[in-house]
Design a protein around this ligand. Structure first.
Ligand SMILES: [Zn+2]
Length: 715
């Protein structure tokens, strides 16, 4: 799901006639005129303006539908030989053995290289360094799949016997497991007492591995129906602790991108999917163990937790194109292996919505000890009962991910919007499975929601937004600015990218529990139920999101400040921005104006930009071109006036807090009286470089102008 703004909402570039003091008011009024009037303005503006319609897109991957494997797809209680188990040092890490299916070799050479040499090695390396298995396996020898999925167990024999024929192939998801990884066939024909091992002896198995990952690139039904890069799940669990010992990851061949800018996103998707296979799955909650190795959910005589078959009905409907949207009330009897309330607990929240109403809102919390501890610390809420799981997005998304409203850019939320990080909370969950230990030095910093308190984590975002407004404090990480033309730019929550608020109008009124606005500037009261954030699984809470520019449907650049390639073209760089590894997003207090001779150019979409910063004992310094501006306190206005390529760029930037970027900061103080008499060239017009710039600008203006005019005439 990629939400694209229409051409009317595109980030255009037009010159705005006026002095450097022209504020948002007049500029916005100008932009709300009709496109016809705009055309006239363009003509009148003539040489002043450039106009290229560049649509911007907010990133939002389709929600991850982690399909919990059905009872028939998973083999539990796989007996592993213990004779090869060696006591390992505590600092040894998880060993994942990757086995590539032949479908990987059939990929185009550049895709095959990407998958085998970059994507999987890097994802596996991260997971191996991050986790350690509490009970390492010696050799993994998998069970054979039976045609009927009915098994028998003999007394004093750990192996499982099949009552009917075994399947021709044993599959792990869509991938066929190689023969050499399989135990020999054990079949009971004619009752429990005529069970024998038949066929070839046990094969060699997979030595020195804790988990076997079968990687395929099969164009499956799921690939054609769902707009996904990859999906993964476990397929066999060992007998002693129920830990998954084998799983698969299937990449949809058409979705593998070799574009460099897509690599980071694909890598985090692959890590996310493998984490589902290793433990973060609603299908495994009932198998979690405590730190002493005891199951958190009680077992039947066969050693398994209770199973609720209702889930199979859901799967049936899912595959026949009618995905059952489970209402919150149904979660208690999903039809999965049913977990106890030591793992997941249902809690009712009091939820503030519009018209001063409070409605009940049911949430499911993961309540295992380390998760509770990490969540309390993260949000600074000592009474928090557990970490909320996703309640939207349909089967596969809900319950299998963290709630997006609360942990937006955490990598184990249900969709990829921006800047994914694997936080301590996900590492804590993996520890709480009872199967792994986590190396917390591998956790990435999560800014979203950090230290925001109990009201943030336990109430609706309406409650939070209203409370912040009353206290006259920032609404961050939420926002209430309509995504309209011109775009009001802001910064991503971690101040590393230019962003825009994703508040938008929907075609239908939102469900009552997600209607949050009592008023919105310029919107009639009766339309308010149609407004919410564009990301459904974030409970429709609006938040600032990074975006990318597209030209004729082609990706141009993203708004991430740290990527050098995002640097705007020389003559489109109104705000004198600088993208690169040391750049951060700063708020612009007014629109930047480019000025030369009698010409003044401005950019209608403004509000923030990317600038380099550095730290020193004096504090935080902002760099615009080669000019430095020292921030003495947060909120200080920096009057920027620099010369770049024969143009003077004037604007105002707001100082962030020094502590946002520096390890050490001096106490805040009032800035010294500004030295406003910066030396500027006396006569820019006579410089030859400016003549070149003017000619370029002429060319740049004429083409879209003519094109626009011809289009107008055509219609
Ligand atoms: Zn997922």
């Amino acid at each position: 799901m990629v939400t694209t703004l229409g051409p009317k909402m595109a980030a255009g570039r037009e010159g705005v006639a006026g002095s450097s003091g022209s504020g948002p008011g007049p500029s916005q009024r100008r932009w709300r005129r009709s496109s016809w009037a705009r055309g006239v303005l363009l003509l009148l503006g003539g040489l002043w303006a450039t106009s290229t319609s560049v649509p911007v897109s907010l990133h939002s991957s389709p929600p991850c539908r982690h399909r919990v494997p059905s009872e028939a797809e998973v083999i539990n209680k796989v007996h592993l030989k213990t004779n090869h188990v060696v006591k390992r040092d505590v600092d040894e890490h998880l060993r994942i053995k990757t086995v590539y299916d032949k479908s990987i070799d059939e990929l185009l050479p550049e895709k095959r290289y990407l998958v085998k040499n970059k994507l999987f090695p890097q994802a596996i390396s991260y997971l191996e360094k991050t986790f350690q298995v509490r009970r390492p396996a010696g050799t993994i020898l998998l069970s054979r799949q039976r045609a009927t999925n009915r098994y028998l167990q003999k007394e004093n024999d750990p192996h499982r016997y099949c009552t009917g024929e075994f399947a021709e192939h044993t599959k792990c998801g869509p991938v066929i497991v190689p023969e050499e990884h399989l135990q020999r066939c054990r079949v009971c024909r004619g009752g429990k007492w005529s069970c024998v091992a038949v066929g070839v002896q046990d094969q060699e198995g997979v030595r020195d591995a804790d988990f076997v990952l079968y990687v395929g690139a099969l164009a499956t039904e799921r690939c054609s129906h769902e707009n996904i890069i990859s999906y993964a799940a476990y397929c066999q669990q060992e007998a002693k602790m129920d830990r998954p010992i084998a799983g698969y990851a299937n990449l949809c061949p058409n979705m593998i991108s070799t574009q460099p800018q897509e690599f980071i996103g694909m890598l985090s998707t692959v890590k996310h999917e493998i984490i589902h296979a290793l433990g973060f799955s609603a299908g495994l909650f009932a198998f979690y163990h405590d730190k002493d190795g005891n199951p958190l959910t009680s077992r039947f005589a066969d050693g398994l937790p209770p199973f609720n078959y209702r889930y199979l009905l859901c799967l049936f409907l899912f595959f026949f194109g009618r995905m059952l949207r489970l209402s919150s009330e149904n979660h208690g009897s999903l039809g999965l292996y049913q977990w106890s309330d030591k793992v997941v607990r249902k809690v009712e929240r009091l939820w503030n919505v519009r018209d001063n109403k409070i409605v009940p809102h049911t949430v499911y919390l993961l309540v295992t000890p380390r998760v509770v501890d990490e969540a309390r610390k993260h949000f600074n809420c000592p009474i928090l009962e557990g970490m909320e799981l996703e309640n939207q997005g349909g089967m596969g998304t809900e319950l299998n991910h963290w709630e997006k409203r609360l942990l937006e850019n955490e990598a184990m939320t249900g969709s990829h919007t921006q800047n994914r990080v694997f936080s301590r909370i996900t590492l804590a969950l993996m520890e709480d499975t009872g199967w792994y230990k986590a190396n917390y030095s591998m956790a990435e910093k999560l800014d979203w929601g950090r230290g925001m308190g109990c009201d943030f984590v336990r109430k609706s975002c309406k409650f939070w937004i209203d409370q912040q407004k009353q206290k006259r404090q920032m609404l961050s990480p939420f926002c209430d600015t309509l995504r309209s033309n011109p775009l009001q730019l802001t910064c991503r929550q971690d101040q590393r990218a230019v962003a825009v608020c994703n508040l938008q109008k929907f075609s239908k009124p939102l469900p009552q529990e997600y209607q949050y606005f009592d008023e919105l500037s310029g919107i009639p009261t009766e339309d308010l139920p149609y407004y919410g954030g564009s990301v459904e699984i974030a409970d429709y809470c609006p938040f600032s999101q990074e975006f990318s520019w597209h030209l004729s449907g082609e990706y141009q650049r993203s708004s991430d400040c740290r990527i050098l390639e995002n640097q705007p073209d020389l003559f489109k760089n109104y705000g004198a921005e600088k993208y690169g590894p040391h750049s951060v997003c700063l708020i612009q207090k007014s629109a930047f104006v480019m000025e030369k001779c009698e010409r003044k150019l401005s950019y209608p979409d403004w509000g923030s930009g990317c600038y380099q910063v550095s730290c020193s004992p004096q504090g935080l310094t902002v760099w615009v071109q080669n000019t430095s501006y020292l921030c003495s306190r947060a909120g200080q206005v920096l009057r920027v006036s620099i010369q770049m390529n024969g143009w003077i760029h004037d604007g105002n930037l707001l100082c962030p807090s020094c502590w946002d970027f520096c390890e050490l900061c001096p106490p805040e103080r009032d800035p010294p009286a500004a030295n406003l008499t910066r030396a500027l060239p006396l006569d820019l017009c006579s410089r030859s470089s400016s003549l070149v710039a003017t000619l370029w600008l002429l060319l740049g203006n004429l083409f879209p102008l003519l094109a626009g005019f011809l289009l107008c005439a055509w219609h």
